[in-house]
Design a protein around this ligand. Structure first.
Ligand code: MG
Length: 389
């Protein structure tokens, strides 16, 4: 008989986001401030959600902060935070207790740039220890101000900078929390585990997994994020036939020029090319796959809906648009008078600044179908940054 395969160990993550921290500026608690286009805490949520060993995610927040929580994964478990970090973690553990996982990782929402490598090392540590704590060496010399304001050197020996996620065998941490007084307030879960006599191991931390605390930390986090993101681009091309009519849609703008574009939707050739370019950045095929012309629900549809759908896919794929360059190829209508309106409309649809939307127009010198005025062709190039997956 083949050896029986052991069930993989289950792992839940508790993200503690119940702090009121406004030291980082911006008026809202730092965990909800935008970083790279999404709330700061969404970065860690995304990293844990994509980690193959994580089955469940608990988010601990203050009820009054729920208004900041939009567009989170639907299967996330919500718990109400308490007055202290310890109380908030306790609430997270309670949310898991009815179906306890084998392992639990506890992470501070203020560390948005946690990597799969740090998470993997903690999980590896849990194979041989009841608790695994990511930590970094202290390299700066240390000093304590003495009673007369004179710095006294402190030995670095045995000192570490401790990070999160801190990993534990769930049942052991659960028991440790049961022995704490209700009003206990410990700095982290390693302290809870150490007080309860759990066996601890240190695992490699990461300098980029720093805690966002002060306003400058947002700039540093932006820089790391930018460095980690991959530059991607997508291109789109489309053609629609012209005929006599009252008006046509181009780049989401209605142009009254005695001409119409023919198509199943509103035939906005420029927005179709743009939609394809955005889909290209996401690796999501083409517009025909998402909106088949055979499907009656797209008949006469405004093409802005296609761009909005592609933008939703971009968000889900971790793709953040940075620039688009659009080219309209036709003899008529004249594009010049409508260029600014098209630019503004495309900026609004994509969330780009107008400075990052370029609209060009050209003719084909009277040659071919565009030259004969039989149709309009459009090209779109979209540049974007993609989160590593
Ligand atoms: Mg089309």
């Amino acid at each position: 008989m083949p050896p029986e395969e052991a069930d993989p160990l289950s792992c839940a993550v508790i993200i503690v986001a119940a702090g009121g921290g406004t030291r980082a500026g911006g008026g809202v608690p730092k965990q909800f401030r935008p970083l790279g286009g999404i709330p700061l805490l969404s970065h860690a949520i995304g990293t844990f959600s994509r980690h193959g060993d994580v089955d469940r995610l608990v988010l601990v927040t203050r009820p009054e902060h729920r208004e900041f929580l939009s567009e989170l994964p639907p299967d996330i478990i919500h718990a109400d935070g308490g007055a202290s970090r310890t109380a908030s973690v306790r609430a997270g553990l309670n949310a898991l207790a009815h179906n306890p996982p084998d392992h639990v990782l506890i992470h501070d929402a203020a560390r948005p740039l946690v990597s799969g490598r740090v998470i993997g090392s903690v999980l590896e540590g849990l194979k041989s220890s009841e608790a695994a704590i990511p930590a970094l060496a202290v390299t700066d010399a240390l000093a304590r101000l003495g009673p007369v304001g004179r710095p006294e050197p402190v030995s670095r020996d045995g000192l570490h900078r401790v990070q999160t996620p801190q990993g534990f065998h769930f049942n052991r941490l659960w028991k440790a929390y049961q022995t704490l007084p209700d009003d206990a307030d410990l700095p982290d879960d390693a302290a809870v585990a150490a007080a309860a006599g759990l066996q601890l191991v240190l695992t490699p931390g990461d300098e980029e997994n720093f805690k966002v605390t002060f306003p400058d930390d947002f700039d540093r986090a932006h820089a790391v994020l930018h460095q980690r993101r991959l530059a991607v681009s997508g291109s789109g091309f489309d053609v629609h036939r012209l005929e006599a009519g009252s008006s046509l849609m181009l780049g989401g703008v209605r142009i009254e020029a005695g001409l119409s574009l023919v198509g199943h939707s509103d035939a906005d050739v420029l927005l179709h090319a743009l939609t394809d370019a955005i889909l290209g950045c996401c690796g999501q095929g083409d517009i025909g796959q998402h909106f088949p012309p055979s499907d009656p629900q797209w008949k006469g549809k405004e093409s802005s809906a296609f761009v909005e759908h592609a933008m939703k896919l971009a968000k889900e794929s971790g793709v953040c648009l940075t620039h688009t360059d659009l080219t309209i190829i036709c003899e008529r209508p004249k594009i010049g008078p409508h260029r600014d309106a098209i630019r503004a409309r495309v900026a609004a649809l994509t969330g780009l600044n107008e400075a990052s939307v370029n609209v060009k127009a050209t003719t084909t010198e009277g040659l071919g179908f565009t030259g004969r005025g039989e149709g309009i062709a459009a090209q779109a190039l979209v540049s974007a940054l993609k989160d590593p997956r």
